[in-house]
Design a protein around this ligand. Structure first.
Ligand SMILES: Cc1cc2nc3c(=O)[nH]c(=O)nc-3n(C[C@H](O)[C@H](O)[C@H](O)COP(=O)(O)OP(=O)(O)OC[C@H]3O[C@@H](n4cnc5c(N)ncnc54)[C@H](O)[C@@H]3O)c2cc1C
Length: 384
């Protein structure tokens, strides 16, 4: 197998982190490629809520108007509702939207192609090799063809769980967590009295579920559950929550269970929220590959685009060889920690509060009696 191509930067993964990094790097004049293993558009397990950081970044890249032409749903407030029916709510102080990730991710990747980014797709990065200051990445482009590309830098934007983590011997590989996540897209005509401009989180014992409109046709329902009392099917788990949280139940008609059995499920288990290494053997991790924020209490896509912007501006500076490789790695690590570490910790803490029954009741009462806390918590878990 021969070395076929060279790029300044290879990005593995064409989700929001990878595409945004490519968009910024191209803007800074670096020759960049993306390797994406799936054909787009493809479904993604996500609540499909896009926070203020996303709009801000799209504006910086002159992509905001084209984004609006995809008809995202504007979301201006949010509400938490627990099993007792206690509600706490707040307006967002930033512009937020909801859009199917299949559309959003496709739009970003196409935008990268439009400005000249080379995209290998469908193509799977299989192995990296480091030779001094160069990286070799072997990619599978078809059943019987593999090619090798080389670069000065590699950015890993391949998401939260990946076979490549094992190949890189990352320390969290093999960690067992009890958390599972699921998404359904529900037709809007099966949900009544749900405001189009609101995101809601419904909580129950060991589970919390987010609901928001993503288009004129569909609403995304996604949930995180802690395995309690053995394994239950995702559909039963959400039907149990609907029984337990009556305000959630009121949104759906009596035949909702039949509908649920017809809808496709997107899900994953064993989500790891602990600490990950940010640079691994010279490879810069961004998005979920660098660290996962508890979904629905923090915005993973927002973090993905911010970490993409951070590494891109550092690599752009390297055109003048500003830093040694080691210095660059240390700066990225320290800036990443400054931007995200507290956010991740607070989001995980909130997740624990709302998922634990006793703490849930206590924290809902506390936030209800001291309403100024909620906007502060939103602020503490967002980068805007
Ligand atoms: C239940 C749930 C709900 C969520 N809800 C929200 C929400 O409402 N709002 C929000 O902001 N965040 C949410 N998140 C988090 C959000 O989905 C992630 O943070 C976000 O997708 C991270 O983007 P990424 O680009 O890092 O990774 P991904 O979106 O996972 O993209 C990684 C890409 O890499 C590709 N890839 C993987 N391996 C390879 C390989 N070897 N070679 C080539 N390509 C490869 C994959 O095909 C994929 O396209 C939620 C998460 C969960 C679990």
């Amino acid at each position: 197998m021969s070395i076929n191509y060279h790029h300044d930067v290879i990005i593995i993964g064409g989700g929001p982190a990878g595409s945004m990094a490519a968009l910024y790097l191209s803007k800074y004049g670096l020759n960049t490629c993306i390797i994406e293993k799936k054909k787009f558009p493809r479904e993604v397990l996500c609540g499909e809520f896009l926070s203020g950081e996303v709009s801000k970044t799209l504006k910086e890249l002159n992509l905001f108007e084209s984004f609006l032409s995809l008809n995202p749903v504007k979301i201006s407030k949010f509400k938490f509702i627990n099993e007792k029916g206690t509600e706490i709510s707040s307006e967002f102080y930033f512009p937020a939207y909801a859009l199917k990730r299949s559309l959003f991710d496709h739009f970003l990747l196409k935008s990268a192609v439009n400005i000249g980014v080379k995209v290998y797709q469908p193509a799977e990065a299989k192995i990296f090799k480091r030779e001094g200051d160069k990286f070799l990445v072997q990619i599978k482009v078809s059943d019987d063809q593999e090619i090798i590309i080389n670069s000065d830098y590699v950015i890993a934007a391949y998401g939260k769980q990946n076979i490549l983590d094992k190949k890189l011997n990352r320390s969290f590989v093999g960690s067992e967590t009890e958390l599972k996540a699921i998404k359904f897209n529900i037709p809007n005509n099966c949900i009544s009295n749900f405001p189009a401009d609101e995101i809601r989180i419904y909580t129950g014992e060991g589970i919390y579920c987010g609901l928001n409109r993503v288009s004129e046709q569909e609403t995304t329902l996604s949930f995180i559950e802690k395995r309690i009392n053995g394994e239950q099917s995702p559909r039963n788990r959400i039907l149990n929550l609907i029984n337990a949280n009556r305000k959630l139940g009121k949104l759906f008609g009596k035949d909702f269970d039949k509908l649920l059995y017809k809808l496709p499920i997107y899900g994953t288990g064993n989500i790891f929220f602990g600490k990950k290494t940010i640079v691994e053997n010279g490879i810069f991790m961004i998005g979920d590959a660098a660290g996962v924020i508890a979904p629905l209490t923090g915005d993973g896509v927002g973090m993905a685009v911010q970490s993409a912007k951070l590494i891109s501006s550092l690599l752009a500076g390297q055109k003048n060889r500003k830093y040694t490789r080691k210095e660059l790695e240390n700066i990225y690590l320290s800036e990443w920690n400054k931007l995200f570490l507290n956010r991740i910790r607070i989001a995980i803490f909130i997740q624990k509060l709302i998922i634990t029954k006793i703490m849930n009741n206590f924290s809902f009462m506390l936030v209800k009696s001291l309403p100024f806390i909620l906007p502060k918590l939103i602020h503490a878990t967002r980068g805007i």
